[in-house]
Design a protein around this ligand. Structure first.
Ligand code: AMP
Length: 121
């Protein structure tokens, strides 16, 4: 897969507001936050989209959710609730082709998350 900005963040070639790192993953603040808390949790292994997740990656993808829960507990919003989102492909609005879990928190959120552009039935 081609290089993305997230690989550069992992290698510290461009700055990011990193809040967590371990052998498998990195978490940092989204540059364009959509909620009072908006983190991105990414695997260090570059995987372009959910469609590219292989059998060997199952534990790695689960690890991203474990990091989300750990950060939610440590940052104090686990009990209030939060949203995790992983976009896939054009219709979802994915813009960076290195999978990432959005972790959104800090206020009540609407559901469903359709934009006005959705087709009406
Ligand atoms: P998605 O639309 O699901 O691909 O989400 C990509 C996210 O990456 C967006 O929410 C962007 O605001 C965020 N983003 C892009 N570049 C950076 C960056 N350099 N540092 C932090 N977040 C970024």
């Amino acid at each position: 897969m081609s290089e993305t900005i997230f690989s550069k963040i992992i290698r510290r070639e461009i700055p990011a507001d990193i809040v967590y790192e371990d052998d498998l993953s990195l978490a940092f603040n989204d540059i364009n936050p959509q909620a009072p808390v908006h983190l991105l949790i990414i695997p260090k292994k570059p995987i372009a989209t959910i469609n590219d997740i292989q059998e060997d990656d199952r534990e790695l993808v689960g690890h991203l959710y474990w990091v989300a829960a750990k950060l939610a507990a440590e940052m104090g919003f686990a009990d209030d609730g939060y949203r995790t989102v992983m976009n896939c492909g054009e219709n979802s609005g994915q813009t960076v082709f290195h999978i990432h879990l959005h972790l959104l928190a800090g206020q009540p959120m609407g559901w469903p998350p359709y934009s006005d552009k959705r087709k009406q039935a």
